[in-house]
Ligand binder design. Structure first.
Ligand code: KIV
Length: 267
């Protein structure tokens, strides 16, 4: 594997060469350094931070200050991957000045190399302003969790002809506005394949079938951190919940039985 830092130009080339792009989320230093060492191409500091790490019910309560704190930790752990930071709820909707200032903090103070924003036509001006300022932008269409109070539940999106058409138009507008890639979340595989074919920039799917240019998952889902939580589109590659339970229970038992610390752990 090439150890050189991944840039948005590499991603475009990967699409052209039909080389699948790997993307996962991280929220802290150690996880980011493990993903980077394993060769993940894009590390997303997602606002799924809210659900996964901060214990919120959705991504809506996540603040820029929360993101900044975690982006800094992730950036310190990454040498090769492209670090992308989610712009949280309402940080790119108030004014272009506000959008630029908020993204600027994630890039300049946080150390991210790009930002991700949710939505299509309604945020095109913000995307343009960011790109014009030199900030690489990743789009996000389909299931956009920051809209949860409008969409009601986490379900497949764009499954009618009209919604599919709207999504395709949004994808083209985002590409024209200068995004370097688009996440497609929970959309029919056939639609995702069509969008992928239509665009020059890569699509990164989550619950969007195998024909996207890349795939993303929430790392805690693929590692099986949370017992009983496995949406249809997640494949669990490990069961860390079980492993951690075993390890922590063993520690507690050994402390209670005075088996730990043993001689070799003592001075
Ligand atoms: O916040 C996040 O983790 C995301 C991914 C699921 C794409 O947006």
């Amino acid at each position: 594997m090439d150890k050189k830092q991944i840039s948005i130009l590499n991603l475009k080339k990967m699409k052209q060469e039909k080389q699948p792009i790997t993307m996962l989320t991280a929220y802290d230093y150690i996880m980011a350094s493990i993903l980077d060492e394993a060769g993940v191409d894009i590390i997303l500091v997602g606002d799924s931070l809210g659900n996964v790490v901060l214990g919120y019910e959705s991504t809506v309560p996540v603040k820029l200050s929360d993101m900044l704190h975690h982006v800094k930790a992730v950036a310190r752990g990454v040498k090769r991957a492209l670090v992308v930071a989610d712009m949280p709820f309402l940080t790119y909707h108030l004014s272009l000045k506000d959008t630029l200032e908020n993204a600027g903090k994630l890039i300049q103070d946080g150390g991210a190399k790009a930002v991700k924003v949710e939505g299509g036509s309604q945020i095109i001006e913000d995307v343009r302003a960011l790109v014009n300022a030199g900030i690489p932008v990743m789009g996000h269409l389909g299931l956009t969790p920051q809209f949860i109070y409008q969409i009601g539940s986490y379900k497949v999106q764009a499954d009618t002809e009209q919604e599919a058409q709207q999504l395709m138009e949004d994808a083209v507008k985002l590409q024209e506005a200068g995004v370097f890639a688009i996440v497609l979340e929970c959309v029919p595989a056939e639609l995702a394949a069509k969008v992928t074919d239509m665009l020059d920039i890569p699509t990164i799917g989550i619950g969007a079938g195998v024909n996207c240019d890349g795939q993303v998952l929430v790392t805690h889902d693929l590692l099986g951190f949370k017992a009983g939580f496995k949406p249809k589109f997640v494949k669990q590659y490990a069961n860390l919940h079980e492993e951690m339970m075993k390890a922590v229970k063993s520690y507690c038992n050994e402390v209670r039985e005075r088996k730990f610390p043993a001689k070799e752990h003592s001075f």
